[in-house]
Design a protein around this ligand. Structure first.
Ligand code: NAP
Length: 305
């Protein structure tokens, strides 16, 4: 069954869905790179060893275009999927289709985790938790008091920004390619800023005045393609403390290669994937999630013998 769970499904498969167990799924485009089915199915298999009720739970992967999202959500509901994760480009798009959401989703304007309810999908967002846990694990960095340079203004950046502001980072500089999208995003989150210095910039022209000793976080989708350029030239910034790329496949993006050349602490998005996924699975199952099983499965998938 895991081979089926890890292959890529489409909207057409939902019209003829016959899986008899409890189904979870990731929706995105592209999704081929995603290790979410690998880590979730490993955790479910581990849980099933001591709790047989999880033996028929599986996590699937669906390639869904933005225009297909409303119909897909309806079909996932009708086929009684228990929970959904969303990735590029659906995290912001999904919000208007939710029957309910928590304060984090309302602040970020983006959801990555949905749970089926009687009246539709309820959204939450575990990306911020996943990022905060990852920075702690990889760099020993706490968001409180930190200087953060965040690249991107899409769904993942929204979750990251809200977490940075809630945690009271010292400054949050957000750079994006499309100025209009960034301006709208900054307006939405400005009420959360409190004492945090919240600034925006054109990704193509990093300004003077960016903070030294910052943690640079890539939340653009640049890097998903193995030939993608880096979203920013690190040499144009004051020397950062660390560089985190939310992309984990490929594991060494152009941004991380440059960070290594410059002798900067750096890490890819695998740790964030694990921690946001563990938080989502915990919400869906109510169980204590076996994080080491997720980590082992991810490392095995990325480093096949
Ligand atoms: P999204 O909502 O589609 O946003 C994409 C972002 O990338 C936007 O800011 C967009 O800028 C920017 N972008 C796209 N192409 C670009 C280019 N050629 N040059 C400069 N900027 C470009 O996607 P998302 O859901 O936020 O995901 C973003 C990335 O984070 C993806 O790689 C995703 O896999 C990764 N992610 C990883 C984790 C994890 O657990 N490790 C979790 C969440 C997301 P514009 O506004 O200018 O279009």
């Amino acid at each position: 069954m895991n081979a089926v769970a890890e292959s890529i499904h489409t909207l057409a498969d939902l019209d003829a869905w016959t899986f008899p167990g409890t189904a979870l799924a990731l929706i995105g485009r592209p999704v081929a790179h995603s290790l979410s089915p690998v880590i979730h199915n490993a955790a479910l298999a581990e849980l099933a060893k001591s709790q047989p009720r999880f033996a028929d739970w599986r996590y699937f992967k669906f390639d869904i275009a933005p225009a297909e999202l409303p119909r897909a959500l309806l079909l996932f509901q009708q086929n009684r999927f228990h929970g959904l994760n969303l990735t590029v480009p659906h995290k912001s798009l999904v919000v208007e289709h939710l029957a309910g959401s928590d304060a984090f989703v309302r602040a970020a304007g983006a959801a990555n985790t949905l749970t089926r309810t009687g009246s539709g999908w309820r959204g939450t967002n575990t990306d911020g938790y996943g990022l905060a846990s990852a920075l702690q694990e990889d760099f020993g960095t706490e968001l409180v008091g930190a200087h953060i340079i965040l690249l991107g203004a899409g769904g993942a950046a929204r979750g990251a920004a809200v977490e940075c502001l809630r945690a009271r980072c010292a400054s949050l500089w957000i750079g994006n390619r499309t100025a209009l999208r960034l301006a709208a995003f900054i307006n939405e989150i400005a009420p959360l800023a409190g004492s945090t210095e919240l600034r925006s910039f054109d990704l193509g022209q990093p300004p003077a005045g960016l903070p030294a000793d910052a943690t640079v976080i890539n939340a653009t989708s640049l890097g998903l393609g193995s030939a993608d350029p880096s979203p920013i030239d690190l040499r144009t910034l004051p020397r950062p403390r660390a560089v985190y790329d939310m992309v984990y496949r490929p594991p060494r993006t152009a941004l991380l290669r440059q960070a290594a050349e410059l002798g900067l602490a750096h890490a890819n998005g695998l740790s964030m994937l694990i921690h946001q996924g563990a938080r989502s699975l915990g919400l869906w199952t109510g169980a204590t999630v076996p994080v080491p099983a997720m980590q082992a499965a991810a490392h095995a998938a990325l480093n096949p013998v």
